[in-house]
Design a protein around this ligand. Structure first.
Ligand SMILES: [Zn+2]
Length: 380
């Protein structure tokens, strides 16, 4: 009798404990879920609203026309990597890939051999400058001679990386300006050889602004603090733009492709003025698609107006990320997520351009600028 009473008592206590510690808090939590004003606000990373928008979606896995990627990077690729690349390129209609990271001298030779040596119609390699002897008098002449040799070894253009104008300094600590006369000879040589110069000057302007709660790239700067360009260490964005524009103006026979919409993707009118003032200037859309995708009407009209000046490019290679470019350029899809959250807090919109414009962006402008690509692989 006594033991039976104990069992009942223990059972009652257990049930009560279960109710108090397990069931009741859950019920309370559910109630809390229903009244947002009682929740802790989510952090910026936690808040991931799911769109409820129901609208037409077009998943485009393959470009409508064969295209040239004017902006890609493959450092010292091995034959195996190149084989894999070609297989992947075929799946998305990527006909010609421009590797901007060819280097100079032996490295350039090896890169040309690994890529063009095996697939002559599928790859283009751009040379880069070496600054190793920057502080030895006569640098301008030597760097120009090296480029001439690189062209003999198969280079089809010159790529200038972003350290030029920002981190590159003379031994006395003076920054190399983008329009430094020491480099005039190499730009004139590019005009003579009809070689395009793809040049990355500065960075997105928010990287030069204070890292505060009004900064559009707050999250990217949190993830990569080294991308900040504080005034204590770097020239202002506008100084770099002025030097760059002076460079474009003083070499009118040289064709320049300003990487990443020249960092004017957030001000297309300004980019239009740059085009109007300099017929030798072009841009690529690599890694700045979100800028166009957040202003579909302006982007569409801009691409129609300046259809001879804009080139397709992707930058960091990933065969699975090109489809955002196809969808933005080829459809009118609305409010879809971008592939790189840190670049864009916003969703993007397709700005579908006419086929004639699409062909220019995909390949015709690149065919015009880059010597030695076989046009027969592309439609008229
Ligand atoms: Zn790049």
């Amino acid at each position: 009798m006594n033991s039976r009473r104990t069992i009942i008592l223990v059972t009652v206590v257990l049930v009560a404990t279960f109710a108090v510690f397990i069931v009741w808090p859950r019920a309370a939590m559910t109630r809390q879920d229903q009244s947002p004003q009682k929740q802790q606000p989510p952090t910026i990373d936690e808040y991931q609203p799911k769109s409820t928008l129901v609208t037409k979606e077009h998943k485009i896995e393959r470009a409508k026309f064969p295209f040239i990627d004017i902006h890609s990077h493959h450092w010292n690729p091995t034959p195996g990597e190149v084989d894999r690349l070609v297989k992947e390129m075929d799946t998305i209609n990527l006909r010609v890939m421009v590797n901007l990271s060819g280097g100079t001298g032996e490295q350039l030779k090896n890169t040309v051999a690994a890529m063009k040596g095996r697939y002559p119609d599928r790859f283009v390699v751009f040379a880069n400058m070496s600054y190793d002897d920057l502080n030895t008098p006569g640098f301008g002449k030597r760097v120009t001679a090296r480029l001439e040799q690189d062209v003999k070894n198969g280079a089809q253009g010159l790529k200038i990386f972003k350290n030029f104008g920002m981190d590159l300094k003379y031994a006395n600590g003076e920054r190399v300006h983008v329009d430094d006369p020491e480099f005039d000879a190499i730009f004139e040589k590019c005009a003579e050889l009809k070689l395009p110069v793809l040049i990355h000057v500065a960075e997105p302007s928010p990287f030069f602004d204070p890292w505060d709660y009004h900064n559009e790239r707050w999250e990217e700067l949190k993830e990569f603090p080294g991308r900040a360009r504080p005034p204590a260490k770097y020239p202002p964005f506008e100084t770099l733009m002025a030097e760059r524009n002076h460079l474009f103006a003083k070499h009118p026979r040289t064709n320049f492709i300003a990487a990443h919409l020249g960092f004017h993707g957030n001000d297309l009118e300004r980019l239009g003025k740059l085009f109007d003032a300099n017929p030798n200037v072009y841009v690529d859309i690599a890694a700045v698609l979100a800028e166009l995708g957040r202003q579909p009407y302006s982007a569409h009209d801009f691409l129609v107006k300046y259809q001879d000046r804009v080139l397709m490019g992707k930058d960091i290679y990933d065969v699975n990320e090109y489809k955002w470019y196809f969808r933005a350029l080829e459809t009118r899809d609305e409010y879809f997520e971008y592939y790189r959250k840190r670049h864009a807090f916003w969703r993007i919109y397709g700005f579908q351009v006419p086929d004639e414009v699409l062909k220019k962006v995909y390949y015709k402008n690149a065919l015009k600028l880059v010597p030695g690509i076989d046009a027969k692989a592309f439609p008229d």
